[in-house]
Write a protein that binds this ligand. Structure first.
Ligand code: FE2
Length: 470
């Protein structure tokens, strides 16, 4: 029997036991006392309607798009055909010029993972699109074509408003479905998703059952086919399993998901940058080498000076493993990358850093911890108006459940923390202001649980701390 996910979603909305925020004045910011009913997160079964295969022979499935160039005039369309290669063509047209259709031809890749053989994975980069336009696109042939649409972003510019959704560690549980539904139903409409890693959690299964990569692709399609998701690699993308002969890290992830890394001079898809509207997004890989002289280090070293804040005022970095995390889960795992890169983040005035990995939510104050030099003992984070705010948003709802074991007392650098599933939105208004809000799944679609008006570090470097009046 097929499950009705909307009914299921109703069942998994959790009871609010207490809804009062306590302020721990002596130490850090707020530890929300919102107590979510403890319940294990369970993956939805393959028979769930969210995983259903599109009808028709060899119908394209797992459709997803991402930005295909550095400025937003290209889109990479990806999909899978299960039965035979089929066509790698994408037919696309402007919504208001239906008589003029264009065609681009992509490429097919396949891979094997232990006893699994992938379907035919298609990637097609459609280029030279008009800015700020609605396009329809069609994939598949014969009786099994499928049609979707997307909006290209406005041209890059300093005061262009743009809204991003932010999610991480999504997985494919009933909670994952609620998170995605809340993002879709949020009255604040994200136009692109910044995804901070850990997609399918297929590695939770024996032999990393890669059909869970396929089911995740079908589950997420309802969003990923219509707006670009900007991908960051998490540890669950590694799929490194030498016991079954799988020794090439990121094999399934990199066959299935594409990034426009060459457009930013990167030599690997795991770290790259894009411009989108008024934002400059840098994506880093927590699970690739980043020590001095490594490709990622060298690329980032050359990348920061290229950011022109008069063109893209908002400098945002995505990574999987957080640098500042007061949860005992994954405590200090991001420390070595922080040591390598944090001085640059302060020097170049990064506005915001989004990370995942920890299955909870946390927002930091603007702090840095770059004074320590082994001998001076200055190893405590300090307020720093040139530093980014660090946000951990690994609360998408995956099978590993919530991380609710916080370190006590709450450190001073931590402004707000809570172990609940949810998502966030970032509404860039202009070069100086961006309204950020985090939404817990347990609330209504329009309710914000944590929100801040962030001030741009380059154009308006005033105090935007939420604790400044306390
Ligand atoms: Fe992770």
């Amino acid at each position: 029997m097929k499950m009705n996910m909307k009914m299921k979603m109703g069942l998994v909305l959790y009871v609010c036991v207490a809804h009062v925020l306590l302020y721990h004045g002596a130490y850090g910011g707020m530890t929300s006392s919102f107590v979510r009913k403890e319940e294990k997160s369970v993956d939805m079964p393959f028979s769930s309607d969210v995983f259903s295969h599109p009808p028709g022979y060899n119908a394209p499935q797992q459709v997803h798009i991402t930005q295909g160039d550095h400025v937003g005039r290209a889109v990479i369309v990806s999909w899978v055909t299960q039965d035979e290669p089929g066509s790698s063509d994408v037919v696309y047209w402007l919504a208001d010029k239906t008589d003029q259709k264009y065609k681009a031809t992509g490429k097919i890749t396949t891979y094997k993972y232990y006893n699994y053989t992938s379907g035919f994975i298609h990637h097609c980069n459609i280029k030279n699109l008009q800015f700020e336009s609605k396009y329809y696109y069609e994939v598949g042939i014969g009786h099994t074509t499928r049609r979707f649409w997307f909006m290209t972003p406005p041209p890059v510019g300093p005061d262009v408003p743009y809204t991003f959704g932010i999610m991480g560690d999504l997985g494919q549980t009933y909670d994952s479905n609620v998170t995605l539904a809340h993002y879709e139903m949020n009255p604040v409409k994200g136009a692109a998703v910044l995804f901070v890693g850990d997609l399918s959690y297929a590695d939770h299964y024996e032999f990393h059952d890669n059909s869970r990569w396929d089911s995740w692709g079908r589950f997420a399609e309802r969003s990923t086919a219509y707006q670009p998701w900007i991908w960051t690699a998490g540890n669950h993308e590694l799929d490194y399993e030498p016991t079954i002969g799988e020794t090439k890290p990121f094999k399934p992830f990199l066959h299935r998901y594409r990034m426009p890394f060459r457009a930013s001079g990167s030599t690997e898809p795991l770290w790259y940058s894009i411009k989108r509207a008024s934002a400059y997004i840098i994506v880093l890989s927590s699970y690739s080498a980043y020590g001095m002289y490594t490709p990622q280090y060298q690329w980032l070293f050359e990348e920061f000076p290229k950011v022109n804040r008069s063109e893209t005022p908002w400098l945002i970095v995505l990574m999987h493993s957080p640098w500042y995390n007061s949860n005992s889960y994954h405590f200090m795992e991001g420390e070595t990358m922080r040591v390598m890169f944090e001085p640059w983040f302060v020097q170049y005035k990064v506005d915001l850093v989004f990370a995942g990995h920890v299955h909870a939510y946390e927002r930091s104050e603007r702090i840095s911890n770059i004074a320590y030099n082994i001998v001076n003992g200055e190893c405590t984070p300090v307020h720093d108006k040139s530093a980014p705010v660090y946000i951990t948003i690994g609360d998408g709802g995956n099978i590993e459940g919530l991380a609710n074991n916080m370190t006590e007392p709450q450190p001073k650098y931590s402004a707000y923390r809570e172990a609940s599933f949810g998502h966030a939105t970032l509404e860039i208004k202009n070069r100086t202001h961006a309204y950020y809000s985090w939404h817990r799944n347990s609330d209504g679609y329009a309710v914000t649980a944590d929100s801040v008006m962030f001030f741009n570090r380059y154009w308006h470097p005033e105090d935007d701390s939420t604790a400044k009046n306390n």
